[in-house]
Design a protein around this ligand. Structure first.
Ligand code: BYC
Length: 313
């Protein structure tokens, strides 16, 4: 097929809301854009296991420990689906991991903040998974087939994660005065970093225009952030907690809340690698990668042996 003809088929699939599949022709920019976004998403899932993993041994009950273990394990699975989806675009796991460990690839800014108390585990589930779902529901309808199918599965698990977080917050907010203070303190520290998860404002988002044109993203960063604020304020009110924003006000004209922007300079600093925990997170991933070298070597040796046996047969 000539490139012009292939381009026309690509455009018509997008216009008809059909998936682009790995063997279909696609513009090189589209392929690169997806590798960037999907690998960043995969890295976020895997690095996201670290702040919560810190609390597995300190969970306040056996039930809480089991639920948290299951959640952290799910995040590892999400990373796996997403790395595999990215591999269908012609990159390799080694290339992606190298980009993460050398700081060339980003992962979500949110995971560079520390988890100081058990209430932070509640806040992560409620706010961070809540923000992630808001973003990921749209990604279930993304134009690239393998990414969309991974997202459908991930979203089912993320809603369980959001509920486990909200359950922790409910127990603490309706618990003793000290527990309620801890819940409020966690909300104070996680609110603005959660708003940053949706990315910079639309006017400063270099990737959004193409992402929307190619139907990789279906909604803009600001649209999703606004929906998150509208939903979360109601939940905070139910908990009797105060969102740390004095400018927060219902605006009937836009049918949503007016709210204060996060500190975008802080955001830029964190994604440049200068957040509180950036170094600790990458060191932990590097250590896990080094410790896993023998597993990769054993798996390679096993698959080589299988290949030799099937060639000989
Ligand atoms: N953090 O043009 P923009 C989870 C970068 S984890 C870091 O708006 P785009 C969970 C952006 O990459 C799920 N970097 O970009 C796990 C770009 O830089 P590059 C996390 C950010 O791609 C464990 C530049 O800023 N979710 O659920 O159109 C426990 C300009 O931005 C961030 C995903 O990863 C950020 N917050 O939109 C609990 C979702 N924001 O790459 C929970 C998938 C922006 O040009 N990703 N940047 O060097 C996306 O939907 C989009 O990539 C974003 C950004 C909305 C994040």
């Amino acid at each position: 097929m000539e490139t012009n003809e292939a381009q026309a088929v690509f455009e018509s699939k997008l216009a008809n809301n059909e998936y682009i599949e790995p063997k279909d022709w696609m513009p090189e920019d589209y392929r690169k854009h997806l590798i960037r976004q999907i690998s960043q998403h995969a890295h976020s899932e895997v690095v996201g296991m670290l702040p919560e993993g810190n609390w597995i041994s300190r969970a306040p009950s056996l039930r809480a420990k089991l639920v948290l273990l299951a959640k952290v394990q799910d995040e590892g699975g999400h990373g796996l689906y997403l790395y595999t989806a990215a591999e269908t675009l012609g990159t390799s796991r080694d290339e992606m991991l190298d980009a993460l460990l050398t700081g060339k690839a980003k992962y979500s800014s949110i995971f560079n903040y520390p988890t100081l108390t058990w209430a932070d585990i509640g806040a992560i589930g409620w706010l961070v998974d809540g923000a992630a779902i808001m973003n990921q529901v749209m990604l279930q309808r993304t134009s690239y087939g393998p990414y969309s199918r991974a997202m459908i599965r991930i979203c089912k698990e993320e809603s369980f994660h959001q509920r486990q977080g909200y359950e922790i917050m409910t127990r603490m907010a309706f618990g003793s005065p000290e527990q309620k203070d801890m819940a409020q303190d966690a909300l104070n520290r996680w609110w603005y970093p959660s708003l940053m998860m949706f990315g910079p404002p639309d006017t400063e988002s270099p990737n959004s225009e193409k992402a929307i044109k190619w139907r990789i993203k279906r909604e803009t960063n600001d649209q999703l952030r606004q929906r998150f604020v509208n939903q979360t304020v109601v939940q905070a009110t139910y908990l009797g907690l105060k969102v740390p924003d004095d400018k927060l006000k219902w605006n009937p004209e836009k049918d949503g809340y007016d709210y204060s922007d996060p500190d975008w300079n802080e955001f830029k600093n964190v994604i440049k690698g200068h957040g509180i925990c950036n170094r600790e997170r990458i060191n932990a991933r590097q250590k896990a990668h080094d410790n896993g070298a023998w597993v990769r070597a054993a798996a390679n040796a096993y698959s080589q042996k299988q290949n030799q046996q099937s060639e000989a047969a």
